[in-house]
Design a protein around this ligand. Sequence first.
Ligand SMILES: *Cc1c(COP(=O)(O)O)cnc(C)c1O
Length: 374
Amino acid sequence: MRLIQMVDLKTQYEKIKDDINASIFEVINNSNFINGPQVKEFAQQLAVFNKVKKVIPCANGTDALQIAMMALGYKPGDEIILPVFTYVATAEVIALLGLRPVFVDVDPLTFNIDPNKIKEKISARTKAIVPVHLFGQCADMEAIMQLATDHCLDVIEDAAQAIGAEYYFSNNKQFAGTIGTFGTTSFFPSKNLGCYGDGGALFTNKDELAKTAEVIANHGQVVKYHHDVIGINSRLDTLQAGILLKKLPLLNNYIDNRRIAAAYYDEALKSIPQIVIPYRSSVSTHVFHQYTIKVLAEKRDALKNYLAEKEIPTMVYYPLPLHWQNAYKAYNVSNESFPVSESISGQVLSLPIHTELDQEQLEYITANITAFFN
Ligand SMILES: *Cc1c(COP(=O)(O)O)cnc(C)c1O
């Protein structure tokens, strides 16, 4: 049996090696390393894939969030609502821009921001809601968009884990990241559409905002050496765009592979009473960036250790909600508790899931989980 990994980028590469290598050497031969033609071409193809008007490539998914907030012109002290159970990047850029992260608890089934708990956090200084489509399934966008409309707020979707997921409104469906004012994503190697280094992008249907974001990502210059606004240096390398151009047409296959693995896990684990398999929202497809179970009866860490002994890696995404992170404690001004996030951070366990998991590996993993509980 091949070694089990959380992600297996090497085996994935082996299958597309010739294509990828050709693309890399084409970029090197042309030596157009910054903003080469592949960058624009990739942005256009991703816009078609995602059915969104504009894709603005940038250096990583964290920058994408920052660029969105800069483009929307938020001022220090403005408040931004986000889930307290998420990857730190979401809160980081808010704090770095001098804005105030305002935490909201998540739904115990989907792990996504609970729209019922957003309203009480909206104040006169609130500017935006940042839903994170955690683990590959969309947050409840219909409710979130309604709240945003009612209170004149922007919505910035953090779709770093959910590229290709579809959200079903009552009368149409849209891809993750294309619903709000801006959507952002990451091409970090382990993400569902990963490059071979760092990369990211913003999505928007608003031409004007797209232009502003593009200018900000490139030092605030419209004409070279003429800087109209304060920007940052955040570009997608031509090499990475060349790689992504080869991988984008495979994204749907990659998502299918993840779903096949997830379905296998579901069947094998659903009857274990101490395990809760991932909930499937009725309003969103799931692209399984992570396959995250809840382990009940305080057995999570013991299971994790047991599997590690069998050479089965697992990860805890995330061991601490943001209000328990040293760097962000101070932002929980009223010392509030977030019971759902506090509870699930002690239960969640993400199993290996990627495009290259085979039957033998899946059998081995699930047999060992079953054995642990017997
Ligand atoms: C990965 C990730 C990011 C940041 O992406 P980078 O490209 O690593 O900067 C932001 N938000 C979430 C939810 C992520 O998973």
